[in-house]
Design a protein around this ligand. Sequence first.
Ligand code: G6Q
Length: 564
Amino acid sequence: MPQMPFTATAANAALMEHHTLARGWQLRDLFAQDPARAQTLSLEVAGLFLDYSKNRLDRSTIALLVRLAQECGVEKHREAMFAGERINTTEQRAVLHTALRAPRGQSLRLDGVDINAQVHAVLDRMAAFSERVRTGTWRGYSDLPITDIVNIGIGGSDLGPKMACQALRPYVHPRLTPHFISNADGHDLAALLPHLNPATTLFIVASKTFTTAETMMNAQTARAWFLRQHPHPADLEKHFVAASTNTEAVQAFGIAPENMFPFWDWVGGRYSLWSAIGLPVMLAIGAERFTHMLAGAHALDRHFQQAPLVQNMPVLLALIGIWNRNYFHDATLSIAPYHEDLKHFPAYLQQLEMESNGKQVNRDGVPLEACTCPVIWGDVGTNGQHAYFQLLHQGCDIVPVDFIAALKPSHDFPGHHTALLANCFAQSEALMLGKTSDEARNDLRAEGKSSEAIAALLPHKIFPGNRPSNTLLLDELSPARLGALIALYEHKTFVQGVIWGVNSFDQWGVELGKVLAKKIHAELADASVSNQHDSSTLGLIARARAVAPAKPDGGNISRAEPFP
Ligand code: G6Q
């Protein structure tokens, strides 16, 4: 049966009508009319507290949005995902990242294979390896323990582990420093390698396909650097391991099967943190804490599967996003973690949501009428306040915000954390309340300004308010809470994908990027190659050739001198 767009549901018609009322609501009035508003429009799950009361909605809006989710078959699709149906239809793949965090012994078979046993066998190997590295029994070629871990991967093979290692940095083993190299741009490797001792460095080549150009280039450069300083290929095995699904390519690179940690095609790149791609995280925080992260995510999985839609945190987060995007037409969503350790979280969500739901056709390939994923962006508070928050308060576009904070800090410097939380709460309050002309005038009078000064300044001091936000509070930023937080957004993304009608698990735009540059790369590397291009592209190629005459790519890392 062809897929029905959400715009054709009865719930959408009711929501459109409801929106004609809701768009006139003022949040400050809604709060004044209902003292229990925050209590009604909030919930707590797996150590995460979500207050969604500062959105332009009420309980009747939520009821209609839940109807929308039901009419779009969210429950049926959710069951299909957890059961291992091939819901990634363009690649004919199951989508089972939830199986990666299911406790040992849960029965889950895919094509007759017990994937729970497979998952735990790899987790056990990762744990044993991590234990050896962390205790120092895994030694480099000069019999010294490992001090630096360099993850070479990109996209889904980079953003998750990089975000998690930063988020959990208080838990990182004191002898180990994780590094992440992703870009084709050699500047990153050139800056890092001179600071590394090859004898105590472990490289993880992380690539699901083991064919991604950037990763392969960086891995080859790292390998060449290692061999230049220690010309003993037999010792590579002490310093290079892989996380991949492609055994042949890993072996061809020269990494032995026992140093490869596998995963499976039913794990999407951006959902792979929980698999062998999480190896740098496990090395950094230890297998036990990694298990806590998995358990936090699993707690959220169970909640997502079992809680009624109206009390289901990822479903609510998704529906609020749909309300903002498709009814209020807000084109972006800002992520504002008030926690320095979550500084890579906006970039992680950017990939999760935009790569999953940045689509223009539905699962049947039919062009969509309604908009899909908003632009996701953001940075940590309070830094954002001193930069782009101006636009959030007084700009022409309304930008919904997800504020994220942890109640307990992991440091004990007096005053800092209270100030941080105060800023976080004050921003969402100010965005919601705004400042009326009367309030602004009173403030200016209280400052002793003259009538002329008040008249001149007043328009600048008015804040429209009524700007929506969610606030997510974690009791602390522990491995378990981080796991729950990530799973929350994964399932939010899934629910939105179902309602928009897209396949959230393919990424043809990424595949395009993987082939596009090849033609021009050949022309830059070999002046005798020329293809047809527009005049702009030809001009750019000519400029690049004029500065750096074409030469075979060998990678120039002359700054990477041997460790003294
Ligand atoms: C994620 C995408 C993409 C992918 C990278 C790296 O969902 O598919 O970001 O993770 O392109 O791919 P490899 O892991 O295969 O190197």
